[in-house]
Design a protein around this ligand. Structure first.
Ligand code: PAF
Length: 285
């Protein structure tokens, strides 16, 4: 059922009073942080949030501090009216969409930095990214003080960074990871898929196919290095310009594995296709 009474709030004070009004009625609250330009993958996070709490608060904030100097902050699509309509169709109660100066007022000088697990994977090509994510997510959690917050497993490293900071900073919230939402051909949904030309869009599902095929070849005792080299070559032959990484890592702590020994592990990939840098991961079963 649509919720035409969706409350759009733009300040920390208004967010807190909107949340407090629901709390006064005994309701629990789930937070779904986003950067907007919503697609079905985001709506799957909203539905997951709904399973965990009475009230859903979605945030829309294109966070400048998680973009590198040559990245797409300026061109990142801002589509508030369409986003709002999608959130209304999911009966979301609160949309929090602060301005940059509300989030980072003059004099702002604090950063949240998670060490170790941010050095590898996307942290290599995007050295300032996770500090930006950790800082804004910490702020969003402290601003809304939800019972639960939901993040997608497509950004699995981000999810681990958020779990780490919540544990380390004693933030009283349950972090829920939600399975990657995919197009029919397997491509992980992402706002950046909109950068793909028709030709690139036809190539893009190779990324997930490559991971799933590779995953079926990995059993306890497998030496993964030759398989990974072969898969990188296949991606480049298919038209990906550059593969930033294709690696097998432990889920817990993200340690690199060259031999699989049956632990909880995932294959992670990031590759460039036209203007888009696509990421994906699959669990080894
Ligand atoms: O995953 C995202 O969209 C962003 O990194 C997040 C978690 C909303 C922080 O800006």
């Amino acid at each position: 059922m649509e919720n035409k009474n969706i409350q759009v709030v733009r300040t920390v004070a208004d967010l807190r009073s909107a949340v407090a009004a629901f709390r006064a009625k005994g309701k629990t609250v789930a937070l779904v942080p986003t950067m907007g330009n919503l697609h079905d993958g985001h709506l799957s996070l909203v539905r997951e949030a709904r399973r965990h709490a009475d009230v859903v608060c979605a945030t829309i904030f294109v966070n400048p501090t998680q973009f590198g100097p040559t990245e797409d902050f300026d061109s990142y699509p801002r589509t508030f009216d369409a986003d709002r309509a999608m959130l209304e169709s999911e009966s979301v109660e609160i949309v929090y969409t602060p301005t940059v100066s509300e989030m980072y007022p003059d004099g702002f000088a604090t950063a949240v930095s998670v060490t170790g697990i941010t050095d590898c994977l996307c942290g290599q090509a995007r050295p300032t990214h996770f500090q930006g994510v950790a800082t804004v997510v910490t702020k969003l959690l402290l601003q809304a003080l939800p019972d639960v917050a939901v993040f997608g497993e497509k950004d699995f490293q981000q999810l681990q960074v958020i779990r780490r900071l919540v544990t380390d900073l004693d933030i009283p919230v349950e972090i829920v990871g939600s399975a990657t939402w995919r197009e029919a051909d397997g491509l992980a949904m992402s706002s950046r898929n909109r950068y793909l030309s028709d030709r690139e869009r036809a190539i893009a599902p190779m990324l997930h196919q490559c991971l799933t095929q590779l995953a079926t070849k990995i059993t306890p005792g497998t030496d993964v290095c030759p398989l990974i080299e072969e898969a990188i070559k296949a991606l480049v032959d298919a038209g990906f310009a550059k593969v930033d990484y294709l690696e097998l890592r432990k889920e817990c702590g993200l340690g690199l594995l060259s031999q699989y020994q049956g632990e909880e592990a995932r294959l992670f990939v990031a590759a460039h296709l036209g203007k888009a840098r696509l990421i994906d991961n699959v669990k080894i079963r």
